[in-house]
Design a protein around this ligand. Structure first.
Ligand SMILES: Cc1cc2nc3c(=O)[nH]c(=O)nc-3n(C[C@H](O)[C@H](O)[C@H](O)COP(=O)(O)OP(=O)(O)OC[C@H]3O[C@@H](n4cnc5c(N)ncnc54)[C@H](O)[C@@H]3O)c2cc1C
Length: 461
């Protein structure tokens, strides 16, 4: 039931701060379970957001949220694969999602986030969440040590709302993490990104397969080319902060794009949307704690590290969903301490796994995606499954067990119990027992081609 927003001191089962993917998912699930939930979003949607390439496991999550059809109707760009150009070796490969386990979605989307985030927010509202846009949360309200509500600014006035739980899904702003001083910078990685959007992209100039993300690594970092609409492309370059400091965003963006001939070709003749390339800094951080008295933290409000494997939105939404389930379970009488513990372990397992895949790319395989795909233990299908979103893989999943064996890649300082229940595909995924029967498909051997080659000449996996 919708309520009048202008009353002060109203009470909800949950208040969600932020209407990005984590917040909308959490508010949707709360409402779907019949709870009262207030979502406060600072911006007016649609609003720009970076983070546009998705993992295949997201499709199933959207289905679980009853929003898959709506996303499909919204005509986002369908993504069936990724092409990797290793600039230092000239090796070019395409990874398609067709070899994922039976029962898994074989495609996902590239998302114009302004449109996608609006679809999710509206879905939460239509399910029964009360959503206020341009509602800026100014401070947390505490009852002793427990977070008991928020104070927010809306249409020029201050309001107070109280709740059994506050879910912080405020992204990089990280209201709760910052209030309790929980955010720590990631010492293993300190990258930055410089990016631009292009419109009037000419389809024929893209040498690859329609919808594929174009990925190009080079000696200093890597470049993305994400078709976010049929005639629009997001292009960005990721590098260590130290490198950007020696140059300017404009210069380094141009230099890195020039090193990625396939992306350069794809945007030939297209028009830059922003006056100058945008810069994202300070996104490599984490929190040891995902919840506490009266609060849960979901998505970028807790952790982020690097976009290289497109896991940010997916992980954020899983945590948003699980935060809502946790609050629901507590309402149903589950032991609060146990629920908090499980929520933290589940989120940490997801992020820790993703961090390890990222570290392997940068440190073990030195940004050679092709070498990584071919040389991780367990073979091609397990690698594909891991890249697709299998971050809660069982102990004997060969890729994850290898990555988890690397003690030096632990991000969280405090030990936690890994959660192996995949929230997306509890049953339909490759298992270690399948390994002997999972020979690589024909034509899997690495090939080296001219980086300007037509995609039909590539090894299509
Ligand atoms: C350079 C770069 C590239 C990326 N590429 C990818 C990619 O290709 N694929 C991918 O999956 N992820 C990518 N990501 C990560 C992705 O953008 C994030 O993981 C994702 O947006 C997190 O969702 P969220 O809901 O947690 O936070 P957000 O999407 O950031 O949403 C937070 C919301 O909270 C609101 N808010 C903030 N403060 C307040 C307040 N005080 N009151 C009310 N509302 C508030 C904000 O307005 C915002 O709408 C990338 C990140 C970076 C930095």
């Amino acid at each position: 039931m919708r309520r009048n927003s202008l009353n002060t001191e109203r009470f909800f089962d949950a208040i969600v701060i932020g209407g990005g993917p984590a917040g909308s998912t959490c508010a949707y699930k709360m409402a779907a379970e019949g709870h009262s939930v207030l979502l406060l979003e600072k911006s007016k949607f649609p609003r720009f957001h970076i983070g546009e390439s998705m993992v295949p496991y997201l499709s199933k999550l959207l289905e679980m949220m009853n929003v898959y059809d709506r996303v499909k109707e919204s005509a986002f760009v369908k993504k069936t694969g990724v092409e990797f150009l290793t600039g230092t070796t000239g090796e070019l490969r395409r990874q398609s999602f067709t070899n994922l386990a039976d029962g898994q979605y074989e495609d996902t989307n590239n998302l114009n986030r302004a449109r996608f985030d609006k679809v999710l927010l509206e879905h939460a509202e239509d399910t029964g969440a009360e959503v206020l846009q341009e509602a800026d949360v100014k401070k947390l309200i505490l009852d002793g040590e427990r977070v008991a509500g928020v104070e927010y600014q809306y249409q020029g006035q201050r309001y107070i709302a109280k709740a059994s739980y506050v879910v912080d899904a405020s992204g990089r702003a990280g209201l709760v993490s910052k209030h309790f001083n929980l955010r720590k910078m990631n010492n293993r990685l300190q990258n930055v990104a410089v990016f631009q959007h292009y419109k009037d992209v000419v389809k024929e100039n893209n040498p690859g397969i329609e919808g594929d993300v174009l990925f190009g690594s080079h000696k200093d970092g890597w470049v993305w080319g994400i078709p976010v609409e049929s005639d629009a492309m997001s292009v960005g370059t990721v590098m260590p902060l130290s490198l950007l400091k020696q140059s300017s965003p404009e210069k380094i963006f141009q230099e890195h794009c020039d090193r990625s001939p396939r992306i350069k070709s794809a945007i030939k003749g297209a028009t830059a949307v922003f006056d100058k390339p945008k810069v994202e800094l300070d996104f490599c951080y984490y929190s040891e704690q995902f919840s506490g008295p009266g609060y849960f933290i979901a998505g970028d409000a807790a952790c982020f590290v690097d976009p290289v494997f497109s896991g940010g939105v997916f992980l954020s939404m899983v945590c948003g969903l699980k935060a809502a389930e946790a609050i629901h379970d507590i309402h149903e009488g589950a032991n609060e301490q146990e629920v908090h513990k499980h929520f933290g372990n589940l989120c940490k397992t997801g992020y820790d796994s993703y961090f390890r895949v990222v570290y392997a790319y940068y440190y073990e395989f030195e940004r050679d995606m092709n070498s990584m795909g071919l040389n991780l233990p367990g073979g091609f299908r397990f690698v594909l499954q891991t890249f697709a979103g299998d971050f809660w893989a069982d102990q004997d999943q060969p890729v994850m067990s290898y990555l988890r064996s690397k003690e030096e890649w632990s991000t969280f300082e405090q030990p936690f119990d890994l959660v192996y229940d995949c929230p997306i595909y509890p049953d339909n995924h490759y298992k270690a027992a399948d390994l002997p029967n999972l020979a690589p498909p024909e034509g899997f051997d690495s090939i080296t081609v001219d980086s300007q080659a037509e995609t039909k000449d590539l090894a299509i996996l």
